[in-house]
Design a protein around this ligand. Structure first.
Ligand code: MIG
Length: 820
């Protein structure tokens, strides 16, 4: 606990007197090299290169002298470099004006001022997109970049941070930290560090990605006219990412650092966890309870107590005497196990993982050549150097222990890494091999967790021959390629439920589309009401796991009586019924980098009401959820953007473009569907594993009025990589309404998966027709009679609903619906 002593006058001082007084000065010479223009300035050098369309890399060589080497190695974050040595596009041309050198690339022109080496990024119509007037450094070679801002500048991204959606007026630090203190606005660093800032100005969005895995600071607080980025070590190496739209920035950033892999379908189901389910019998009992209570569940997590004295890659022989049998029994119930793995390896000469690692020199070493040893759960532990390919391969190989038992998912915790010592992590002078480019821990701290997840994902993939699920607490830019992310040790506070929205939305804008908080809260004691509300919200989050801490009140869905249990069941079931939608949205994320859940801002960037709107969110671009996140609260204000919307539960139509008061009794999550939406559903089931047996697709079309819309419905086997060889189904759906005629078109862009949704029931909702005509199979007088038909339709005049049944279309087809 801190007391007022903390703020005694003697202790207060400016915390940051960095003395960034050294700058590049005048440009003295310019040379063009392949894909790169090098500016030699009075006090250093500056390299400008084109990475790919819309992305320019700027690297500062502070204090570099003529003849000093110029290296442009990137970290593991960057995979989107269009290396094209000698190719046309790579060749950059410099021209010059009186005051500046100009480098024209496709779409962006970079200007470097002759006088002071300052930078401007300019678009084709001459508009200045970003202005970087200052690159500076201090004695210790800490470096800073300052960019101009205005009162209209708003900020997003930055990964996993506290606070609201818009980061204007905030300051954050990038240093992966296991911070168990409650996550409040003044906590500037958490488990993930994604040094990617999205800058949004009227008519122009751009991104700055600082590729530096050491400690850095993003300061949007110090000034209204500028934002600054400081890097403690490693210097300034940034990527300017052009818009002009937010979606362009997110798309380009994820082209640069990668996109999520399409996850196994089961991992999109509901996960249940607890620190810890203590033994095999408890796990089985838990699984049986889910089935008895008919609450869908695909995954149970095993926290640290499953291990033998916290030794990774072991099971405790007493608590878990027969994990194989347990896994087999769970499999019959449609449940998979995801065990936790921490990076710390118990310092124990009799333990095979320690022995192998020590013999091959796989652990991080201190400058004196002895291993860095620090305390974590197993006591004194050593830490694999995941920056080395050979270590990753070894670590990945260790996972055979799990895959041979039928385990397909791994949970990486404590991988900041967290160490119970003074500096809370691996000591800064510890060395990493870094695949031939040695670095200190200080320099690459933020990479450690991601490299562990990379090792895990690659190992699991190769043993399974299919898609693994990896969950990681720590990460750096690019973590999305290897793992889903949960937001660490939150608490069972209403405030933390509310916080999860902006945090996960900004993670999504930062490339991490597959993320979520511990539902119900990890620390502290949840209540039935909080669990009910949080489950409603979490059911529509990309990652959906209920997890809670040792010694807190039990938090399984049935822990608070039948009312709360029913609410949890209903909303988890809602998630399962929306599985075809969720899976299609995940596929979109994997293809385009667009997040699974989105701030309204992303879809409605010109709407001033969306600037900092983060107590509601969109799933894909069709569903809008507005959770209740305060106790004893049964009403809330909902903002619906332009267009028409429908209440998901009642079908009531609402005009958008304004706020209204929604009524939300405890069993109701305010949920709205955009006009024109096409929502593919199916029947809920106990597990995604069982959901396929009826092969039934329910497609609800919220028929647009005088408009058109489109949706891509995606499906595949859910576990393998066969989709990469076109073993998937992709149906492009378009619907269009004009003057009492609805045209609905289905284009099978790919039919490669045999077990797809075989029978489709398509419902056109909200038709304002008195009757309709349709040339498609048989018309029947009741909805029930459709069940027996292979092809036919029924129009329910009272409801204004047309239902059409068909077999999964294998050829292009069009329905023309005419009003009568
Ligand atoms: O210091 O493995 O965030 O989810 O239950 C606690 C025990 C270590 C922290 C994780 C939490 C997990 C817990 N771990």
């Amino acid at each position: 606990m801190l007391t007022s002593e903390q703020i005694s006058p003697d202790k207060m001082q400016a915390d940051y007197a960095a003395g960034f007084t050294r700058t590049l000065g005048r440009v003295q010479a310019v040379t063009a090299e392949v894909g790169l223009i090098l500016f030699s300035c009075e006090n250093g050098k500056l390299a400008v290169s084109r990475v790919r369309t819309g992305i320019i890399r700027i690297k500062l060589f502070a204090g570099a002298e003529p003849g000093d080497p110029i290296h442009l190695r990137t970290t593991e974050a960057v995979i989107g470099y269009e290396e094209n040595p000698g190719g046309k596009e790579a060749e950059l041309q410099v021209s010059d004006t009186e005051s500046a050198y100009r480098i024209e690339t496709d779409g962006i022109t970079v200007e470097v001022a002759k006088q002071d080496s300052s930078l401007r990024f300019i678009n084709e119509s001459g508009q200045i997109l970003a202005h970087n007037p200052l690159l500076a450094w201090n004695e210790d070679k800490a470096a800073a970049a300052l960019f101009q801002a205005t009162e209209h500048t708003h900020y997003y991204g930055l990964g996993e941070k506290t606070g609201f959606l818009d980061k204007r007026g905030e300051r954050y630090e990038m240093w992966n930290s296991d911070n168990f203190s409650p996550h409040v606005p003044e906590i500037e660093a958490l488990y993930q560090s994604i040094p990617f800032l999205i800058v949004n100005e009227p008519g122009n969005a751009y991104g700055i990605f600082l590729d530096n895995p050491g400690r850095s600071v993003f300061d949007m607080r110090g000034s209204e006219q500028a934002f600054t980025i400081h890097a403690e070590t490693g210097g300034v190496d940034y990527y300017f990412i052009a818009g002009p739209k937010l979606k362009d920035v997110v798309g380009r950033y994820t082209a640069l650092t990668g996109r999520i892999q399409l996850p196994p379908r089961w991992s999109i189901g509901y996960h249940q966890s607890r620190y810890s389910y203590m033994d095999q019998e408890e796990v089985l009992e838990l699984a049986r309870t889910f089935r008895e209570k008919e609450i869908p569940c695909d995954v149970i997590h095993l926290d640290i107590h499953y291990m033998n004295e916290y030794r990774v890659f072991t099971f405790d022989p007493v608590r878990f005497p027969d994990p194989k049998a347990m896994i087999a029994e769970l499999k019959n119930l449609g449940i998979r196990i995801v065990p936790i793995i921490d990076p710390g390896v118990k310092f124990d000469p009799d333990y095979h993982v320690y022995q192998e690692g020590a013999e091959s020199n796989y652990f991080c070493l201190k400058p004196d050549g002895t291993p860095f040893i620090g305390p974590v759960w197993p006591g004194q532990s050593v830490f694999p150097d995941f920056t080395e390919a050979k270590v990753r391969e070894w670590w990945g190989g260790l996972h055979r222990f799990f895959t041979e038992m039928g385990i397909e998912g791994i949970w990486n915790d404590m991988n900041e890494p967290s160490v119970f010592n003074e500096c809370k992590t691996i000591e800064p002078d510890t060395l990493h091999g870094n695949d031939g480019h040695p670095a200190t821990h200080q320099e690459i701290h933020n990479l450690y967790g991601m490299m562990m997840s990379k090792a895990t994902a690659e190992g699991m993939t190769s043993h399974l021959g299919g898609r693994p699920f990896v969950l990681s607490r720590a990460g750096y830019a690019g973590i999305q390629r290897y793992a889903a992310v949960w937001t660490g040790d939150n608490r069972s506070y209403w405030e933390h439920m509310a916080l999860a929205m902006p945090m996960v939305l900004n993670l999504g804008l930062s490339g991490v589309a597959f993320a979520g908080p511990d539902i119900g809260g990890f620390g502290h004691h949840t209540t039935g009401e909080l669990l009910a509300r949080w489950t409603q919200m979490g059911a529509l989050f990309p990652f959906c796991r209920n997890h809670s801490m040792l010694d807190t009140i039990r938090q399984e869905p049935w822990s608070f009586g039948t009312d709360v249990e029913n609410i949890c069941r209903d909303y988890i079931s809602l998630r399962y019924s929306l599985m075809p939608l969720l899976y299609s949205v995940f596929r979109e994320a994997a293809e385009t980098g667009m997040p699974v859940i989105r701030p309204l801002l992303l879809e409605y960037p010109d709407d001033p009401n969306t600037v900092n709107l983060c107590d509601q969110f969109l799933l894909g671009d069709q569903l809008l959820a507005a959770p209740v996140y305060r106790p004893n609260t049964y009403h809330r204000v909902v903002y619906l953007p332009e267009g028409n919307w429908f209440d998901y539960w009642t079908g009531e139509r609402r005009r958008g473009g304004g706020h209204f008061m929604a009524h939300a009794p405890l069993d109701t999550l305010p949920l709205y569907v955009k006009e024109g939406a096409m929502i593919p559903r199916t029947e809920p089931a106990a597990s995604t594993e069982f959901q396929r047996s009826r092969e039934l697709l329910l497609l609800d079309i919220y028929t647009p009025e005088n408009g058109a819309s489109a949706f891509d419905l995606y499906d595949d086997d859910g576990t393998t990589y066969a989709f990469k060889d076109n073993f998937y189904n992709l149906h492009r759906l378009t619907v269009e309404e004009a003057e009492g005629r609805v045209k609905f078109r289905i284009q099978p862009a790919c039919i490669g998966y045999d077990e797809g949704w075989k029978r489709w029931t398509v419902t056109f909702k909200h038709l304002r027709f008195a009757g309709c005509r349709l040339d498609f199979g048989t018309e029947v007088p009741s909805r029930e009679e459709l069940e027996t038909l292979a092809k036919g339709w029924h129009f329910d005049r009272a409801a204004g609903e047309l239902t059409v049944v068909m077999n999964q279309p294998l050829e292009d087809m069009e329905l023309l619906i005419q009003a009568l």
